[in-house]
Design a binder for this molecule. Structure first.
Ligand code: AHR
Length: 515
């Protein structure tokens, strides 16, 4: 039995979680839009063609903000193709995913869907094949009330009121050679700055995120971020970063340690952003938008994993089926985000439905929750509040984590991954919520928590997500094979808590303060 000791104090906080930390992502990719959120003719579809069964699961999942329309897709997207009468919209080839885009779903449909789903929209503009001109026109179309060409065009399309989109991404992964019109940091920095300037001239209230590095092992990581921030510093609020965890090597301990690479990545990007600020003697602090993160590898490695030949519409690609161990690695990523709540003020789980997603559907059939659904839903529901500093004492292990993304084909050393990975949130409702991952595959763990400044604590809820079979999955025929179950063996006595965690388990423990 392993032992871990945790010390925390209600007065010592990392920072408050921003609601935007619990975002997700809808891209025109595979069956995310068509057959995912939108399927006219489906038995549950509403009058606009939105699947109600998917909407119900989205509400249960609890995302707050939704990034759209890409992703790689946006770098070749003409937003004008997706507005106006549907029968006049062009069908186009999408060079990001080598499929055919019918454009029957576009910006206005997305806004309608966000309204029904009660989500804040986040739009990405195309800074690949297009530039600041198309971007500022889209801002005018979405946010200007009336009396200009694009605002009146929107009104003529049936949307009298502006959409009031606040959060905008200045392109997507522009450091990646796979991107349409991939750019150098100088080229991108300039176009992002000019686009940001004009977008803000149309609507000064915008919140803007520039593209940082696609991954920590991009060969340009560091230099890219530094130069892009130099160009855009005064014009942006956020710098983005992306990470997809993998278990290509079949090394589960390393996979479970791999979310620690996200911690390193975040801290490095913060250091770069603050170094740019220091060079300017500026007190401005850029925030981080982790606007793509997840586990993704089975449907990724080869072109045939990602592309179906013949330019199909909405092909079933990137339909990663998540295992129990994926949910554990994913839970580690949730903890990494929470523990950087001071600087990561926005994050988007990539993606929402079917495409590397917590929700799966069958076109014409049912929808169900994947294993990764649960850590996200719990984080979104119980992660609102003040993330506390924690001192975690427990044994560590060394891991070598392999990530082939980018050009540097190397393993990341993780010298000391604590077997217990944990985040503690003093929630807005007064409860103390612990998210705890036991990364030991064989041994259970006794965790004692000295929670200072809370008075008496009573256990309000304790759930674990685990399975003897780490490769177990949920599926259409067994949609609830993996789901949270009550966690037994949780005691508390005057602010001293004791809990026993099963090997290889994700746990949520909530205490109510009774003073
Ligand atoms: O989320 C899938 C893809 O991953 C996105 O389109 C792209 O931005 C990233 O490379």
């Amino acid at each position: 039995m392993r032992q871990a000791n945790v010390l925390l104090d209600g007065d010592f906080a990392i920072g408050d979680t921003d609601p935007r930390l619990f975002g997700a992502f809808v891209e025109h990719l595979g069956r995310c839009v068509y057959g995912g959120i939108y399927e006219p003719g489906h038995a549950t579809a509403d009058e606009k063609g939105f699947r109600r069964d998917v909407l119900a699961l989205v509400k249960e999942l609890g995302p707050t903000i939704m990034r759209y329309p890409g992703g790689n897709f946006v770098s070749g997207y003409n937003w004008e193709d997706g507005v106006g009468p549907v029968n006049k919209r062009p069908t186009k080839l999408d060079l990001a995913w080598f499929s055919t885009e019918p454009n029957t779903f576009g910006t206005n449909e997305f806004m309608d869907w966000c309204r029904v789903a009660d989500l804040e929209p986040m739009l990405a503009v195309n800074l690949g094949t297009r530039d600041g001109d198309a971007a500022r026109n889209l801002v005018e179309y979405c946010n200007h009330p009336a009396g200009s060409y694009y605002a009146d065009l929107r009104r003529s399309h049936g949307y009298k009121e502006p959409h009031q989109v606040k959060f905008w991404c200045l392109g997507n992964e522009m450091d990646g050679p796979w991107q349409m019109e991939h750019k150098t940091a100088t080229e991108y920095g300039r176009v992002a700055a000019e686009a940001a300037k004009m977008m803000r001239w149309v609507d000064p209230s915008l919140v803007l995120a520039a593209c940082g590095s696609t991954a920590r092992n991009m060969p340009t990581f560091g230099r890219w971020d530094d130069e892009v921030i130099e160009h855009t510093f005064e014009l942006i609020d956020f710098i983005s970063l992306h990470t997809y965890l993998n278990n290509y090597k079949g090394d589960t301990p390393a996979f479970l340690a791999s979310s620690d690479v996200m911690d390193f990545f975040i801290e490095e990007v913060v250091a770069i952003a603050d170094a740019v600020a220091a060079r300017r003697r500026s007190t401005k602090r850029l925030m981080l938008s982790f606007d793509e993160w997840n586990v993704w590898y089975r449907t990724r490695r080869t072109r045939s994993d990602r592309v179906k030949e013949g330019w199909p519409v909405a092909p079933p690609i990137l339909e990663e089926v998540y295992t129990m161990e994926d949910a554990l690695a994913f839970g580690g990523a949730c903890i990494s985000l929470l523990n950087h709540a001071d600087r990561v003020k926005c994050a988007c789980l990539a993606q929402l439905v079917n495409v590397i997603a917590p929700i799966m559907t069958e076109t014409g059939g049912p929808a169900w929750r994947q294993t990764i659904f649960y850590p996200f839903a719990q984080m979104s529901k119980f992660g609102r509040g003040r993330v506390l500093r924690t001192r975690v004492e427990c044994e560590t292990y060394a891991a070598s984590y392999y990530d082939p993304r980018g050009v540097i084909d190397q393993a990341f050393p993780i010298p000391a991954a604590p077997y217990l990975k944990l985040a503690a949130v003093a929630a807005n409702d007064g409860s103390l919520n612990l998210f705890a991952l036991n990364r030991d595959l064989r041994q259970p763990m006794t965790v004692t928590v000295d929670a200072r400044g809370f008075g008496n604590l009573l256990v309000a809820q304790a759930l674990e997500l685990r399975d003897d079979d780490l490769k177990a999955v949920n599926s259409k025929s067994a949609p609830e094979r993996i789901k949270p179950a009550p966690l037994k063996g949780v005691d508390s006595d005057k602010g001293k808590l004791r809990v026993r965690l099963a090997p290889a388990s994700w746990n949520l423990i909530r205490w109510e303060a009774t003073r």
